[in-house]
Design a protein around this ligand. Structure first.
Ligand code: XMP
Length: 321
């Protein structure tokens, strides 16, 4: 089925919200539905829409896959508690790291995350709760990139010919599939979500695994998590669309305390973009770059090199994996 975009200009948020609530109610009937909240604007909007549409027949989980940023699971659960939306934290590091073990190919890593999420974690939650529907915040850009064969977005199933009902035993409902990020932010404001969520820079479904080149292990995620924290602290006032740290696979020779240190490389990216379809690197002041290099090499263990990406998308993409 062809999916038609609703542009931010054409979007009437009140009509969109009431239509989606009606659609969910009529599709799900008296059934139960679940969703996974990551704290990004897409899954946050789906969480509020689902609760408005279904009330007690809708349950929201935060899947701690071990790939999130520092403190993120607890922070997001508490933001939603303040909105009176209960979120259950699910500790699911094991299936994700097991699936990623030994994998270095980007598409295989994405596939491993898809399977851990849909088959292992949600398969079990759906069996335990009896839910028959999973609400998902897939957006128009995700579909476009997957169909174009650029990246298999972790949340795309039907466009790849996968029938989730046959494969996993539940149906996937995607209320935001016609919207791009800017339109989803408009819906988020209209739903009364806090600015912290409405303005949240995009963060990929595969989380920090999208920023680890080569094998994704708990130790390598710890390294990229430390660098990410610094990049986010230093660039949160930059006004950029998205900023991130990437851990490279290759090591380079460095020097510490007058001794050779064959260490890790972190690449910083900071993007100007409106919808992630195309982007260009922010022209960051040199003293900001300097501070990033200084902090990352002193605060993140093992890092001896920090680079800044100066490539546009295309041919680069926003994430590295
Ligand atoms: P790329 O790296 O393809 O990213 O230029 C475009 C935008 O999408 C985000 N991204 C993802 N989001 N699942 C998601 O939900 C994914 O698998 C995924 N991969 C990338 C990325 O952060 C950027 O905003």
């Amino acid at each position: 089925m062809e999916i038609r975009e609703i542009t931010v200009e054409a979007l009437d948020t009140e009509t969109f919200i009431s239509e989606k609530i009606e659609e969910m109610r009529s599709t799900i009937g008296e059934g139960l539905a679940v969703n996974a909240l990551s704290g990004g604007v897409d899954s946050s909007v789906v969480t509020i829409l689902g609760h408005r549409a279904l009330g007690d027949r809708f349950k929201t989980y935060f899947i701690d896959n071990g790939l999130m940023r520092e403190g993120e699971p607890e922070d997001i659960v508490s933001v939603f508690e303040n909105l009176d939306v209960g979120v259950e934290l699910v500790h699911a590091q094991v299936p994700f790291f097991d699936g990623l073990k030994g994998r270095t190919d980007p598409e295989e890593k994405r596939e491993a995350i898809t399977q851990a999420f849909y088959r292992d974690v949600f398969g079990r939650l759906v069996r335990e709760t009896g839910a028959k529907y999973l609400l998902h915040g897939t957006n128009y850009t995700d579909v476009e990139e997957t169909v174009a064969g650029i990246k298999r977005q972790h949340n795309i199933l039907e466009q790849l010919g996968i029938d989730p009902e046959k494969r996993y035993g539940y149906r996937v409902i995607e209320p935001l599939i016609q919207l791009r990020k800017s339109a989803i932010r408009k819906v988020a404001r209209s739903l009364g979500l806090p600015e912290q969520i409405c303005n949240r820079p995009p963060f990929p479904g595969p989380a920090l695994a999208a920023r680890v080149i080569g094998e994704v292990t708990p130790g390598r995620v710890r390294t990229v998590r430390g660098a990410t924290k610094i990049v986010e602290e230093e660039l949160s006032d930059s006004g950029a669309f998205q900023y991130l740290a990437i851990l490279h696979e290759d090591r380079v020779t460095g020097v510490r305390k007058a001794k050779r240190d064959y260490g890790l490389q972190i690449e910083v990216r900071c993007w100007e973009s409106t919808d992630a379809r195309v982007g260009s690197p922010s022209r960051l002041p040199y003293d900001v770059l300097d501070r990033l290099a200084e902090r990352i090499t002193t605060e993140v263990s093992g890092v001896v090199s920090v680079t800044y990406n100066i490539t546009k998308k295309p041919p680069s993409t926003i994430e590295a994996v």
